[in-house]
Design a protein around this ligand. Structure first.
Ligand SMILES: [Zn+2]
Length: 217
């Protein structure tokens, strides 16, 4: 429902440089509901900065998007994961999205935004508890209670979509997927064999869409 508020509608989107959040950005812009969109990208001690570089590239596609980087590098000293340490196997960074969303909620209150978009989707629900609908619904309540702002929404329009469905949507929205990064390794090209590269390849294949990514193998 369209709001009757006269203030400028602002939204925040969490951008990671990957397929999901980049498609979400195009989806959000295409909604034409928000005059001002703020992108927020977290540096949380990832082993490489490729995804941050790609988040910047996608954000630069939109002249009216304000993009900020939030440096949480010290998190890597307490949150162990294969994404932040060389000696850890799981790619789950414990409670990562709750941490990111909490900061985004504070940011939203600070700039007067009523919506926070993040790219949780169905393909991740098995591995990442903080991508599940139950988590989002619970966090939604927490965000309202934590700020006293009952109109603050956490929006996850892809929550019931698979990665392949997201790519199909993104293809219709002309998302430049060559400007997105999935690989766990920070080399020149996508490695093509890590779990995230394999998932990326499969999602494009399932969507029946040509994958513009250049893989090492
Ligand atoms: Zn890879």
């Amino acid at each position: 429902m369209l709001s009757l508020k006269t203030k400028v509608e602002k939204s925040i989107i969490i951008l990671s440089g990957g397929i999901d959040s980049s498609t979400l950005l195009f989806y959000l812009v295409n909604l034409k509901k928000y005059k001002v969109i703020h992108g927020i990208t977290f540096i949380y001690g990832q082993k490489h900065h490729k995804e941050i570089e790609f988040a910047k590239k996608i954000a630069q596609r939109f002249y009216n998007l304000e993009h900020i980087l939030v440096d949480l590098t010290s998190l890597k000293t307490i949150l162990r994961s294969a994404l932040t340490c060389t000696y850890s196997k799981p790619t789950v960074v414990p409670n990562r999205n709750a941490v990111f969303l909490s900061i985004a909620v504070g940011y939203a209150e600070s700039i007067g935004a009523d919506s926070i978009f993040y790219g949780a989707h169905h393909s991740d629900r098995g591995t990442y508890p903080d991508c599940r609908r139950e988590f989002v619904e619970s966090f939604q309540k927490t965000a309202k209670l934590g700020t006293g702002n009952m109109s603050l929404d956490v929006e996850t329009p892809f929550i019931n979509m698979t990665k392949a469905e997201i790519i199909s949507l993104g293809n219709r929205l002309n998302v430049p997927y060559d400007l997105t990064w999935s690989c766990y390794q920070g080399k020149e090209k996508h490695c093509g064999i890590c779990g995230s590269c394999r998932e990326r390849k499969i999602a494009f294949a399932n969507a029946g869409i040509k994958d513009p990514t250049i893989y090492e193998q």
